[in-house]
Design a protein around this ligand. Sequence first.
Ligand code: ADP
Ligand code: X2W
Length: 296
Amino acid sequence: MNDVTHIAPRDKAEILAQALPYIRKFHGKTMVIKYGGNAMTDPELQADFAEDVVLLKLVGINPVVVHGGGPQIETALNRLGKKGQFIQGMRVTDAETMEVVEWVLAGEVQQDIVGFIHKAGGQAVGLTGRDGGMIRARKLKMVDSKDPSIEHDVGQVGDIVEINTGVLSALLEDNFIPVVSPIGFGDENESYNINADVVASKLAETLKAEKLVLLTNTPGVLDKAGQLLTDLSAREIDALFADGTISGGMLPKISGALDAAKAGVNAVHIIDGRVPHAMLLEILTDQAYGTMIRAR
Ligand SMILES: Nc1ncnc2c1ncn2[C@@H]1O[C@H](COP(=O)(O)OP(=O)(O)O)[C@@H](O)[C@H]1O
Ligand SMILES: CC(=O)N[C@@H](CCC(=O)OP(=O)(O)O)C(=O)O
Protein backbone atom coordinates (compact mmCIF):
# COMPACT_ATOMS: atom_id res chain seq x y z
CA MET A 1 0.00 0.00 0.00
CA ASN A 2 1.21 3.48 -0.80
CA ASP A 3 1.57 5.64 2.28
CA VAL A 4 4.05 8.31 3.30
CA THR A 5 5.42 6.36 6.26
CA HIS A 6 6.69 3.68 3.87
CA ILE A 7 8.02 5.93 1.15
CA ALA A 8 11.78 6.27 0.65
CA PRO A 9 13.33 9.71 1.38
CA ARG A 10 13.93 10.38 -2.35
CA ASP A 11 10.25 9.76 -2.97
CA LYS A 12 9.35 12.05 -0.08
CA ALA A 13 11.28 14.84 -1.84
CA GLU A 14 9.27 14.00 -4.95
CA ILE A 15 6.01 14.22 -2.96
CA LEU A 16 7.05 17.62 -1.59
CA ALA A 17 7.86 18.88 -5.09
CA GLN A 18 4.44 17.72 -6.24
CA ALA A 19 2.75 19.31 -3.24
CA LEU A 20 3.97 22.88 -3.80
CA PRO A 21 1.64 23.76 -6.72
CA TYR A 22 -1.29 22.24 -4.81
CA ILE A 23 -0.41 24.21 -1.67
CA ARG A 24 -0.40 27.41 -3.75
CA LYS A 25 -3.65 26.46 -5.50
CA PHE A 26 -5.51 25.59 -2.29
CA HIS A 27 -4.08 28.33 -0.04
CA GLY A 28 -6.93 29.97 1.90
CA LYS A 29 -9.50 27.46 0.59
CA THR A 30 -11.83 25.41 2.77
CA MET A 31 -11.92 21.62 2.59
CA VAL A 32 -14.50 19.46 4.30
CA ILE A 33 -13.08 16.14 5.47
CA LYS A 34 -15.56 13.46 6.53
CA TYR A 35 -13.91 11.00 8.87
CA GLY A 36 -16.04 7.86 8.88
CA GLY A 37 -16.51 5.74 11.98
CA ASN A 38 -15.24 2.70 10.11
CA ALA A 39 -11.95 4.43 9.24
CA MET A 40 -11.17 5.52 12.81
CA THR A 41 -10.98 2.23 14.65
CA ASP A 42 -7.14 2.10 14.83
CA PRO A 43 -5.41 4.67 17.14
CA GLU A 44 -2.34 4.79 14.87
CA LEU A 45 -4.52 5.72 11.90
CA GLN A 46 -6.28 8.32 14.04
CA ALA A 47 -2.92 9.87 14.90
CA ASP A 48 -1.96 9.89 11.18
CA PHE A 49 -5.27 11.48 10.29
CA ALA A 50 -4.77 14.21 12.91
CA GLU A 51 -1.25 14.90 11.59
CA ASP A 52 -2.61 15.32 8.07
CA VAL A 53 -5.31 17.73 9.24
CA VAL A 54 -2.74 19.81 11.14
CA LEU A 55 -0.40 19.83 8.15
CA LEU A 56 -3.16 21.12 5.89
CA LYS A 57 -3.80 23.90 8.39
CA LEU A 58 -0.08 24.74 8.59
CA VAL A 59 0.16 25.21 4.82
CA GLY A 60 -2.78 27.62 4.83
CA ILE A 61 -5.69 25.32 3.92
CA ASN A 62 -8.80 25.39 6.14
CA PRO A 63 -9.93 21.88 7.04
CA VAL A 64 -13.37 21.37 8.56
CA VAL A 65 -13.72 17.87 9.99
CA VAL A 66 -17.11 16.14 10.13
CA HIS A 67 -16.97 12.81 11.92
CA GLY A 68 -19.13 9.70 11.90
CA GLY A 69 -19.21 6.95 14.50
CA GLY A 70 -21.62 4.26 13.31
CA PRO A 71 -19.57 1.32 14.73
CA GLN A 72 -18.93 3.19 18.01
CA ILE A 73 -22.69 3.83 18.43
CA GLU A 74 -23.34 0.17 17.68
CA THR A 75 -20.91 -0.93 20.43
CA ALA A 76 -22.63 1.35 22.96
CA LEU A 77 -26.10 0.10 21.95
CA ASN A 78 -24.94 -3.52 22.27
CA ARG A 79 -23.82 -2.80 25.84
CA LEU A 80 -27.42 -1.76 26.57
CA GLY A 81 -28.69 -4.95 24.96
CA LYS A 82 -29.86 -3.11 21.84
CA LYS A 83 -29.02 -3.70 18.20
CA GLY A 84 -29.09 -1.00 15.52
CA GLN A 85 -31.55 -1.28 12.66
CA PHE A 86 -30.86 0.48 9.37
CA ILE A 87 -33.22 1.40 6.56
CA GLN A 88 -31.61 2.64 3.33
CA GLY A 89 -28.40 3.43 5.19
CA MET A 90 -30.08 5.37 8.05
CA ARG A 91 -30.19 4.18 11.66
CA VAL A 92 -33.74 3.88 13.01
CA THR A 93 -33.47 6.23 16.00
CA ASP A 94 -35.88 5.90 18.94
CA ALA A 95 -35.57 8.19 21.98
CA GLU A 96 -33.12 5.91 23.82
CA THR A 97 -30.98 5.45 20.71
CA MET A 98 -30.91 9.23 20.26
CA GLU A 99 -29.46 9.62 23.76
CA VAL A 100 -26.78 7.05 22.98
CA VAL A 101 -26.00 8.74 19.63
CA GLU A 102 -25.53 12.11 21.38
CA TRP A 103 -23.22 10.85 24.08
CA VAL A 104 -21.17 8.63 21.81
CA LEU A 105 -20.74 11.20 19.03
CA ALA A 106 -20.38 14.43 21.02
CA GLY A 107 -18.97 12.97 24.24
CA GLU A 108 -16.63 10.31 22.97
CA VAL A 109 -15.77 10.28 19.26
CA GLN A 110 -15.60 14.05 18.77
CA GLN A 111 -13.48 14.59 21.87
CA ASP A 112 -11.13 11.78 20.81
CA ILE A 113 -10.51 13.50 17.48
CA VAL A 114 -10.06 16.89 19.18
CA GLY A 115 -7.48 15.24 21.46
CA PHE A 116 -5.57 13.64 18.58
CA ILE A 117 -5.44 16.97 16.73
CA HIS A 118 -4.10 18.72 19.85
CA LYS A 119 -1.48 16.01 20.21
CA ALA A 120 -0.44 16.60 16.59
CA GLY A 121 0.03 20.32 17.34
CA GLY A 122 -3.27 21.77 16.11
CA GLN A 123 -6.05 23.65 17.86
CA ALA A 124 -9.35 21.90 17.38
CA VAL A 125 -12.80 22.86 18.64
CA GLY A 126 -15.49 20.21 18.88
CA LEU A 127 -19.08 21.17 18.26
CA THR A 128 -22.41 19.64 17.29
CA GLY A 129 -24.98 21.06 14.92
CA ARG A 130 -26.65 22.64 17.97
CA ASP A 131 -23.70 24.98 18.58
CA GLY A 132 -24.15 28.40 17.06
CA GLY A 133 -27.50 27.21 15.67
CA MET A 134 -25.50 25.45 12.93
CA ILE A 135 -27.79 22.62 11.78
CA ARG A 136 -31.56 23.09 11.90
CA ALA A 137 -33.40 19.89 11.07
CA ARG A 138 -36.79 18.20 10.95
CA LYS A 139 -37.87 14.58 11.00
CA LEU A 140 -36.81 12.80 7.82
CA LYS A 141 -39.63 11.47 5.67
CA MET A 142 -38.14 8.34 4.22
CA VAL A 143 -39.78 7.06 1.07
CA ASP A 144 -38.97 3.50 0.02
CA SER A 145 -36.44 3.54 -2.82
CA LYS A 146 -38.27 0.80 -4.74
CA ASP A 147 -41.89 1.58 -3.91
CA PRO A 148 -42.55 5.32 -3.39
CA SER A 149 -46.00 4.56 -1.92
CA ILE A 150 -44.26 3.13 1.18
CA GLU A 151 -42.96 5.51 3.85
CA HIS A 152 -40.60 4.24 6.58
CA ASP A 153 -40.65 5.68 10.10
CA VAL A 154 -37.00 6.08 11.06
CA GLY A 155 -37.68 7.96 14.32
CA GLN A 156 -35.44 10.91 15.19
CA VAL A 157 -33.40 10.87 11.97
CA GLY A 158 -32.97 14.42 10.76
CA ASP A 159 -33.45 16.04 7.40
CA ILE A 160 -31.40 19.25 7.20
CA VAL A 161 -33.60 22.35 6.89
CA GLU A 162 -30.95 25.03 7.16
CA ILE A 163 -27.24 25.37 7.81
CA ASN A 164 -25.84 28.43 9.53
CA THR A 165 -22.06 28.48 9.10
CA GLY A 166 -21.46 31.62 11.23
CA VAL A 167 -19.80 29.73 14.07
CA LEU A 168 -17.56 27.80 11.64
CA SER A 169 -16.47 30.96 9.85
CA ALA A 170 -15.61 32.58 13.20
CA LEU A 171 -13.54 29.55 14.22
CA LEU A 172 -11.75 29.37 10.86
CA GLU A 173 -10.97 33.07 11.02
CA ASP A 174 -9.27 32.49 14.39
CA ASN A 175 -7.32 29.54 12.95
CA PHE A 176 -9.14 26.79 14.82
CA ILE A 177 -9.92 23.43 13.26
CA PRO A 178 -13.65 22.70 13.72
CA VAL A 179 -14.66 19.10 14.43
CA VAL A 180 -18.41 18.69 13.85
CA SER A 181 -20.69 15.93 15.21
CA PRO A 182 -23.68 15.20 12.95
CA ILE A 183 -26.46 16.19 15.36
CA GLY A 184 -29.16 18.72 14.50
CA PHE A 185 -31.90 20.52 16.45
CA GLY A 186 -35.58 20.99 15.64
CA ASP A 187 -38.22 23.69 16.26
CA GLU A 188 -39.07 22.21 19.69
CA ASN A 189 -35.39 21.94 20.63
CA GLU A 190 -35.52 18.19 19.93
CA SER A 191 -32.33 16.46 18.76
CA TYR A 192 -31.88 14.76 15.41
CA ASN A 193 -29.46 12.04 14.37
CA ILE A 194 -28.19 12.94 10.91
CA ASN A 195 -26.02 10.75 8.72
CA ALA A 196 -22.50 12.20 8.86
CA ASP A 197 -21.98 11.97 5.08
CA VAL A 198 -25.12 14.05 4.56
CA VAL A 199 -23.87 16.69 7.04
CA ALA A 200 -20.41 16.79 5.44
CA SER A 201 -21.88 17.19 1.96
CA LYS A 202 -24.29 19.94 3.00
CA LEU A 203 -21.55 21.79 4.91
CA ALA A 204 -19.21 21.57 1.90
CA GLU A 205 -21.95 23.01 -0.24
CA THR A 206 -22.83 25.85 2.17
CA LEU A 207 -19.20 26.74 2.91
CA LYS A 208 -18.49 26.69 -0.85
CA ALA A 209 -15.66 24.31 -0.08
CA GLU A 210 -13.01 23.60 -2.68
CA LYS A 211 -13.03 19.89 -1.90
CA LEU A 212 -15.04 17.28 -0.04
CA VAL A 213 -13.09 14.17 0.96
CA LEU A 214 -15.01 11.24 2.45
CA LEU A 215 -12.75 8.76 4.28
CA THR A 216 -14.25 5.31 4.59
CA ASN A 217 -13.29 1.65 4.95
CA THR A 218 -13.24 0.57 1.31
CA PRO A 219 -10.83 1.54 -1.50
CA GLY A 220 -13.68 3.68 -2.90
CA VAL A 221 -16.86 2.74 -4.71
CA LEU A 222 -16.64 -0.83 -6.00
CA ASP A 223 -18.46 -2.45 -8.90
CA LYS A 224 -20.31 -5.78 -8.65
CA ALA A 225 -17.03 -7.67 -9.18
CA GLY A 226 -15.37 -5.74 -6.36
CA GLN A 227 -13.23 -3.62 -8.69
CA LEU A 228 -12.59 0.05 -7.84
CA LEU A 229 -14.51 2.59 -9.91
CA THR A 230 -12.09 5.52 -10.17
CA ASP A 231 -14.62 8.08 -11.26
CA LEU A 232 -18.37 8.23 -11.50
CA SER A 233 -20.79 10.54 -13.27
CA ALA A 234 -24.38 11.23 -12.15
CA ARG A 235 -25.69 8.85 -14.85
CA GLU A 236 -23.34 6.05 -13.84
CA ILE A 237 -24.38 6.53 -10.20
CA ASP A 238 -28.08 6.21 -11.16
CA ALA A 239 -27.27 2.90 -12.86
CA LEU A 240 -25.39 1.60 -9.78
CA PHE A 241 -28.36 2.54 -7.56
CA ALA A 242 -30.79 0.85 -9.93
CA ASP A 243 -28.89 -2.47 -10.19
CA GLY A 244 -28.22 -2.69 -6.45
CA THR A 245 -24.40 -2.30 -6.64
CA ILE A 246 -24.60 0.42 -3.99
CA SER A 247 -26.15 -0.45 -0.65
CA GLY A 248 -26.06 0.32 3.09
CA GLY A 249 -23.86 3.19 4.23
CA MET A 250 -22.71 3.81 0.66
CA LEU A 251 -26.23 5.03 -0.28
CA PRO A 252 -26.23 8.32 1.72
CA LYS A 253 -22.51 8.73 1.03
CA ILE A 254 -22.89 8.74 -2.76
CA SER A 255 -26.14 10.75 -2.71
CA GLY A 256 -24.51 13.42 -0.54
CA ALA A 257 -21.32 13.41 -2.60
CA LEU A 258 -23.28 13.86 -5.82
CA ASP A 259 -25.38 16.69 -4.32
CA ALA A 260 -22.19 18.48 -3.26
CA ALA A 261 -20.63 18.06 -6.72
CA LYS A 262 -23.81 19.35 -8.39
CA ALA A 263 -23.88 22.32 -5.99
CA GLY A 264 -20.44 23.43 -7.15
CA VAL A 265 -17.92 21.77 -4.80
CA ASN A 266 -15.00 21.47 -7.24
CA ALA A 267 -13.76 18.03 -6.27
CA VAL A 268 -15.51 15.26 -4.37
CA HIS A 269 -13.59 12.08 -3.48
CA ILE A 270 -14.46 8.89 -1.61
CA ILE A 271 -11.18 7.37 -0.41
CA ASP A 272 -9.82 4.59 1.81
CA GLY A 273 -9.24 5.96 5.31
CA ARG A 274 -7.42 2.75 6.27
CA VAL A 275 -4.45 3.69 4.06
CA PRO A 276 -2.12 5.84 6.19
CA HIS A 277 -2.04 9.48 4.99
CA ALA A 278 -4.30 8.74 1.98
CA MET A 279 -6.12 12.04 2.54
CA LEU A 280 -2.95 14.12 2.41
CA LEU A 281 -1.61 12.29 -0.63
CA GLU A 282 -4.95 12.71 -2.40
CA ILE A 283 -5.08 16.46 -1.72
CA LEU A 284 -1.43 17.41 -2.21
CA THR A 285 -0.04 15.04 -4.85
CA ASP A 286 -0.78 14.01 -8.44
CA GLN A 287 -1.71 10.56 -7.17
CA ALA A 288 -5.40 9.74 -7.66
CA TYR A 289 -7.04 7.80 -4.84
CA GLY A 290 -10.44 6.17 -4.50
CA THR A 291 -13.47 7.34 -6.45
CA MET A 292 -14.03 10.83 -7.77
CA ILE A 293 -17.68 11.88 -8.04
CA ARG A 294 -18.52 14.12 -10.99
CA ALA A 295 -21.62 16.30 -11.24
CA ARG A 296 -22.33 15.24 -14.84
N1 ADP B 1 -20.62 -0.45 -4.19
C1 ADP B 1 -20.03 -0.31 -2.99
N2 ADP B 1 -18.71 0.00 -2.91
C2 ADP B 1 -18.08 0.14 -1.72
N3 ADP B 1 -18.72 -0.01 -0.52
C3 ADP B 1 -20.04 -0.31 -0.53
C4 ADP B 1 -20.75 -0.47 -1.75
N4 ADP B 1 -22.07 -0.75 -1.45
C5 ADP B 1 -22.14 -0.79 -0.11
N5 ADP B 1 -20.95 -0.52 0.46
C6 ADP B 1 -20.72 -0.51 1.91
O1 ADP B 1 -20.61 0.82 2.36
C7 ADP B 1 -19.71 0.83 3.47
C8 ADP B 1 -19.22 2.26 3.74
O2 ADP B 1 -20.25 3.02 4.35
P1 ADP B 1 -20.36 3.15 5.93
O3 ADP B 1 -20.44 1.80 6.54
O4 ADP B 1 -21.47 4.09 6.25
O5 ADP B 1 -18.94 3.73 6.32
P2 ADP B 1 -18.49 5.10 7.01
O6 ADP B 1 -18.44 4.79 8.47
O7 ADP B 1 -17.15 5.33 6.43
O8 ADP B 1 -19.48 6.17 6.64
C9 ADP B 1 -18.64 -0.14 3.04
O9 ADP B 1 -17.91 -0.66 4.12
C10 ADP B 1 -19.44 -1.23 2.33
O10 ADP B 1 -19.81 -2.24 3.25
C1 X2W C 1 -29.07 8.61 10.70
C2 X2W C 1 -27.78 7.86 10.86
O1 X2W C 1 -27.66 6.76 10.34
N1 X2W C 1 -26.84 8.45 11.59
C3 X2W C 1 -25.55 7.85 11.84
C4 X2W C 1 -24.64 8.92 12.42
C5 X2W C 1 -23.20 8.48 12.50
C6 X2W C 1 -22.61 8.21 11.12
O2 X2W C 1 -23.06 8.66 10.10
O3 X2W C 1 -21.47 7.45 11.19
P1 X2W C 1 -20.63 6.83 9.98
O4 X2W C 1 -20.19 7.95 9.12
O5 X2W C 1 -19.51 6.16 10.68
O6 X2W C 1 -21.50 5.86 9.24
C7 X2W C 1 -25.67 6.65 12.82
O7 X2W C 1 -26.49 6.70 13.74
O8 X2W C 1 -24.89 5.70 12.66
